[in-house]
Design a binder for this molecule. Structure first.
Ligand code: GTQ
Length: 351
């Protein structure tokens, strides 16, 4: 029997002796800390709406919007259970509001986006102005803006909530407060923000009312879809994305929120896209039609067929490829503006 290697014993003793001082050797973890390429713990996942909807409706029978404050089922990445996260930086949930309900007014540091999945007639009120929701509308709740949701229509309304909750938690920078009234007072007519900022024009004397966030807090589906249809007819599509547009803050041309980019794309009938990968993990909501997403990464290769109102996530630096036999429309969001602000965004379009 050989004695333990003297250096091994020396090291083991070092680790043990310094441990109470909360000291640990870099050389044991360096490779994992500075990986040769992104090594996300996240995995690809798909939530079929037909599977999720019954649980949303049961949530509707189990708790009121008022009691829940926000009646939401969180879409948790299967590899991040318990963390309320769909990627390391992003949160996603499906929120249900029933006729006559109010989700009471509050505000927080976290930015939120809504993408309307089912039903119409609910509204989000932001800073004194209501935006009525139709399926496919993209709505913003800026950081620190008071917001409440209500529903004066006749059938359940469900929307996707996309928030930067994990990012703000990582930075330990979040503040929140509840309003003293359930519904904020309406101080501006519906459509005022759209008239001011939604027509490639802006008030001559304005300050950005929400700082770095878009002053346009509702982007109606009818307008986005019209643009995509027009481009599908009259302009060449992209071999990776089909016809894809990014939503912009009209005052800056940048992303609508400082922490999240949002996109809408149309895959023409018969589209078979080329593969790509990007550092920003992305969450998708299927607005219309059917298609297929193939995702490779982390030693796994998966394919999901998707249908309207389904949701799926493509983790960072996973290779993905979209296709659709009969055409479809997809909404998506990611943390791209943060990658870009830090100068670390990377995208690879593969042949
Ligand atoms: O509507 O304000 O899904 O604060 C999670 C946190 C929705 C909201 C969520 C929130 C909200």
């Amino acid at each position: 029997m050989n004695a333990p290697h003297p250096t091994a014993a020396l090291r083991a003793q070092l680790y043990q002796d310094m441990d109470p001082l909360n000291l640990t050797p870099l050389w044991e973890v360096l490779h994992a800390l500075v990986p040769p390429q992104p090594a996300t713990p996240c995995v690809p996942a798909l939530w079929r709406y037909q599977d999720v909807r019954p649980f949303l409706m049961r949530a509707g029978e189990s708790i009121t919007a008022d009691e829940a404050v926000r009646r939401v089922l969180i879409l948790e990445n299967p590899a991040l259970r318990g963390q309320s996260a769909i990627t390391q930086s992003l949160y996603a949930g499906l929120q249900l509001i029933l006729p006559g309900e109010v989700a009471p007014s509050h505000r927080h540091t976290q930015s939120a986006l809504r993408f309307v999945v089912e039903g119409s007639g609910a509204y989000t009120a932001v800073d004194g102005e209501r935006a009525t929701m139709q399926p496919g509308d993209f709505i913003i709740t800026p950081s620190r803006a008071w917001h409440d949701h209500g529903h004066e229509g006749a059938a359940p309304v469900v929307w996707l909530d996309g928030l930067d909750i994990p990012m703000v938690r990582f930075l330990d920078a979040g503040f929140a407060e509840n309003a003293s009234t359930k519904s904020q007072a309406v101080s501006r007519a519906q459509g005022t923000s759209y008239a001011r900022f939604g027509h490639n024009m802006a008030p001559v004397r304005h300050d950005a009312p929400f700082g770095a966030t878009s002053p346009l807090f509702s982007y109606p589906y009818a307008r986005s879809r019209e643009a995509l249809e027009h481009l599908e007819r009259d302009a060449p599509g992209d071999a990776w994305d089909g016809i894809k547009l990014r939503y912009v803050n009209p005052l800056t041309g940048g992303s609508p929120m400082p922490t999240m980019s949002t996109f809408m794309q149309k895959l023409p009938a018969g589209f078979s896209g080329k593969p790509w990968r990007q550092t920003d993990g992305a969450v998708y909501s299927v607005a219309e039609g059917h298609g297929e997403i193939a995702i490779e990464g982390g030693g796994q290769s998966l394919r999901f067929d998707f249908s309207p109102r389904d949701h799926f996530v493509i983790p960072s630096w996973h290779t993905a490829r979209l296709s659709s036999k009969r055409g479809c429309v997809l909404f998506s969001y990611s943390d791209r503006p943060v990658h870009q602000a830090l100068g670390i965004h990377r995208e690879e379009r593969l042949p």
